[in-house]
Design a binder for this molecule. Structure first.
Ligand code: SAH
Length: 239
């Protein structure tokens, strides 16, 4: 359903706001985000340099990825609509001396204020939590400079992802809190590619992110049946 107001789901926001005290508890409710963070970072660095570049983290939460990017020399702006998540992010970045600028804004409103302002845009685990994911993709395309890269991470939608991401991760292995994800909001790689294309982006690559419950380890590569990352480029020439 197309939503012409702010592209924000208040129920989703309150879920993440209520977790505000746990963003930096590496063994806590958001442990999975900490565990996959080195993989996301390595995927980004394999496709785009970030040192000295202006990088935007859309839906940055407590700043787990934003801080890691800042550590790599990026000039990072993090935006999120949860004031509580941003407060946790600010507190942590000040405490650990990591410079990130945090702002409570939607990608859509920043895109009207500051179009084409970032060399790299990252948007991880957000598309499956908003009313209209294609609008986020479009806003990211407006925010990145021509020639720049955009990275998404989300969850595929199929029987296997239901089994792994909902039944497995939320109920059996308790990797994420129950109720974190709604299956119907998951995004197939085909949909994401299509939204990228209609926004004027060029598809660069996609990779799966897998969890091995025996080893308790995440790894990158292989199929995109459940968790996956996708990289797009904004073409240099006007289209
Ligand atoms: N990207 C972070 C956090 C993912 S959790 C990471 O992967 O580490 C999803 C985050 O999106 C939450 O912090 C939530 O507050 C935020 N969010 C939800 N809807 C949003 C919206 N419309 N615009 C910006 N942020 C949003």
């Amino acid at each position: 359903m197309e939503n012409h107001g702010a592209n924000v789901d208040p129920v989703e926001l309150s879920k993440f706001s209520s977790l505000a005290d746990h963003w930096w508890d590496r063994g806590g409710a958001l442990k999975a985000l900490h565990d996959i963070n080195p993989l996301r970072l390595s995927y980004i660095l394999a496709h785009a340099g970030v040192n000295g570049k202006r990088v935007l983290d859309v839906g940055c939460g407590g700043g787990i990825l934003a801080e890691a990017l800042a550590e790599k020399g990026a000039v990072v702006t993090g935006i999120d609509m949860s004031g509580a998540a941003l407060a946790a992010a600010k507190q942590h970045s000040v405490q650990f001396g990591r410079r990130v600028e945090y702002r409570q804004l939607t990608a859509e409103s920043l895109a009207t204020q500051a179009p084409a302002s970032f060399e790299v845009v990252v948007c991880m685990e957000l598309l499956e939590h908003v009313p209209s994911p294609p609008r986020i993709v479009r806003a990211c395309r407006e925010l990145v400079r021509p020639g720049g890269h955009i990275f998404f991470a989300t969850l595929n939608r199929n029987p296997k992802s239901f089994l792994f991401a909902i039944i497995g991760a939320e109920y059996l292995l308790r990797l994420v809190s129950k109720g974190t994800h709604s299956y119907t909001k998951f995004v197939t790689p085909r949909e994401l590619k299509q939204w990228g294309r209609t926004s004027g982006l060029t598809f660069e690559s996609a990779t799966g992110m897998h969890y091995n419950p025996l080893m308790r380890r995440y790894s990158l590569g292989g199929n995109v049946h459940v968790n996956y990352l996708m990289c797009f480029k904004r073409p240099t020439a006007p289209r």
